[in-house]
Design a binder for this molecule. Sequence first.
Ligand code: SIN
Length: 359
Amino acid sequence: MTVTDAYNDIAIRTAARLHEFRTGNNDMGVRRERALVDLVSDTDRTALGVATEYEIMGDQPVTAGLAAAAADHGIEFEHLGMTLGTVLHGVDLTRPASDDLVTFLRHTLLERKVIFFRDQHLDPGQQVAFARSFGELDAFPFGRPGADPYIVEIRHGAGSPGTENGWHSDVTWMENPSLGSIAQCVVCPPTGGDTLFADSHAAFHGLPTDLAEIAEHLDVTHDYRVFLAGRGFRAMPDEMIEQIKAEIPFGVVHPLIRTHPETGKPAIYLNGGFVRAESLTDRRTGEPLGPEVSRAMMARLLRQHDRPEYQCRFRWTEGSIAFWDNRAVQHYAASDYYPHKRVLRRVTLRGDRPYFRPS
Ligand code: SIN
């Protein structure tokens, strides 16, 4: 008998012995009946996070009512993730959307958190008009002025690698940050440049127990200093910075966990580019956690969306549109296409002030 045969012989006998032991103790049966919360470890509760969110969704990707409405509209759903992300086939956004279609898309966004459309090729006016059917828009003060003041062009290529490669929800430095963003790809790199979306409700339910115990009691300050810092350009004169700060609130406090104002679900609400990592404060006492504890906790919180289990990934093609709910997901644009060009046009819908209400 070779060494390998001897090892395999032992491995097979061990597996048989263990199986007999487990079934003899009825351990597997007991495990199946135990709640998932007791089966996951304190530090890796990812499976629990996804399963909890899915259970809240009724253990189905969409409700029966929404599936029936899709059929009525002749729309087919292609779900990308268990709890988030759906491509809608059979929609033509170049035509003005009827009230009925807008209501349907709103419901689909609320249930699936981020929705996608392919081959739309909207011009800037059409994209803005489509976005306006969902509410008021916010202009963006720190972008390159484009064809329309409500469009932000996210443009990268040679000399400008992508910078949106950190998990974030858009414009969290605003007092009333964006409800949702609608982006269309107008120039696509030959490969790469995908955008990943992660479910902030599932990420909340999957927090390690020590963070879960305190997270909903915390507030954190967000500001837009990154836009004032030059980023390769000439430093802005102090006078100009002071004028911007005087007109646009600089440093707003938001709850770390926000309640979605339409679904009532709790979500981690963060943007790594805008949070002041040292600013976590316990709302119950008004006491800051202190810079060291706050920074350490923030480093872990900012990585919570990293888990692939919470994510779906969208491969852009020109004319593709993504519409995401900034109150329910964070996103991350992979910066893996340099020196190729990638251009997205983004419009942001006005939102309301984040709050937390215990459920
Ligand atoms: C963003 O809104 O952060 C940009 C998303 C993207 O470039 O894919």
